[in-house]
Design a protein around this ligand. Structure first.
Ligand code: PEP
Length: 260
């Protein structure tokens, strides 16, 4: 399986800045077949970046979309409208769940909509700090995982990517995020694989990519990438700094080669 390095630019960069940043990344990114590099710019920049990028090096992801294909939904953009622009779409990010009150119902409809048009959904799941404190992590992960995948047919499960993103480890929300220890992440990955295995079978569980996200930087990326179950990283803040993001790609390549 490939290693996925996915940068979530969130609501940063103008269209012009996004283009300059992508240009910088494209100049320095090597075309590694076993490392899938993806960036997720603002919706505004997707059209121009899709023409600019070299998809052999860097593919694009949408940060958000509406699950219906067309119709009277003022202000929304459907995944069908994004179909020619992106290969991936982030779904269920904690910022969408908790700031924009996206429900499990919305999230499962989006996962299904992305698959319907041939786009790989990156389903984000993760517990909040208080859920962790109250010992609810396993239940939350189970609910968000199975809830998000509930409209997906068994044979399509492994076409989804699952990103474990504990909310308490995500940066940019005022107070300093906590850094998840590799042991915390290992335990969550084990649990997610077990749930996938019990629900969809061993083969599907093993073929479904599992990513980690939460304050990943070049200084800690390796510690997560070395975990047995880790198939890549979803990176917010550090993906906005070109040398950091490029370093993480190189670290992923080195870890991949060492494990081959
Ligand atoms: C994210 O928003 O998906 C994320 C992981 O952000 P950060 O790396 O900044 O914590």
């Amino acid at each position: 399986m490939k290693t996925y390095i996915i940068g979530n630019w969130k609501m940063n960069f103008t269209v012009g800045e996004s283009s300059l940043f992508l240009h910088k990344l494209l100049q320095k990114t090597r075309n590694y077949r076993d490392i899938e590099v993806v960036v997720s710019p603002s919706l505004m920049a997707l059209q121009s970046l899709s023409l600019q990028t070299d998809r052999r090096k860097i593919k694009l992801a949408a940060q958000n979309f509406y699950h219906r294909d067309f119709g009277a939904y003022t202000g929304e953009v459907s995944i069908n409208q994004l179909r020619t622009l992106v290969n991936y779409a982030i779904v269920g990010h904690s910022e969408r769940r908790y700031i924009f009150n996206e429900s499990d119902k919305d999230i499962r409809a989006k996962v299904a909509a992305a698959l319907r048009v041939g786009i790989t959904p990156i389903l984000c799941i993760g517990e909040t700090e208080s859920e962790r404190t109250f010992g609810e992590t396993a239940d939350v992960l189970r609910d968000q995982l199975l809830g998000g995948l509930s409209e997906v047919s068994a044979e399509d499960i492994s076409k989804c990517i699952i990103a474990y993103e504990p909310v308490w480890a995500i940066s940019g929300h005022g107070k300093e995020a906590r850094i998840a220890s590799p042991l915390d992440v290992r335990d969550a990955f084990k649990l997610i694989r077990t749930i996938l295995k019990e629900t969809y079978g061993k083969e599907t569980a093993e073929e479904t990519p599992l990513l980690f996200g939460g304050s990943v930087k070049s200084t800690n990326a390796e510690s997560y990438l070395l975990l047995d179950d880790c198939n890549g990283l979803l990176i917010g803040g550090a993906s906005l700094i070109a040398p950091e993001f490029l370093d993480i790609i190189e670290i992923a390549k080195r870890v991949k080669d060492e494990r081959a």
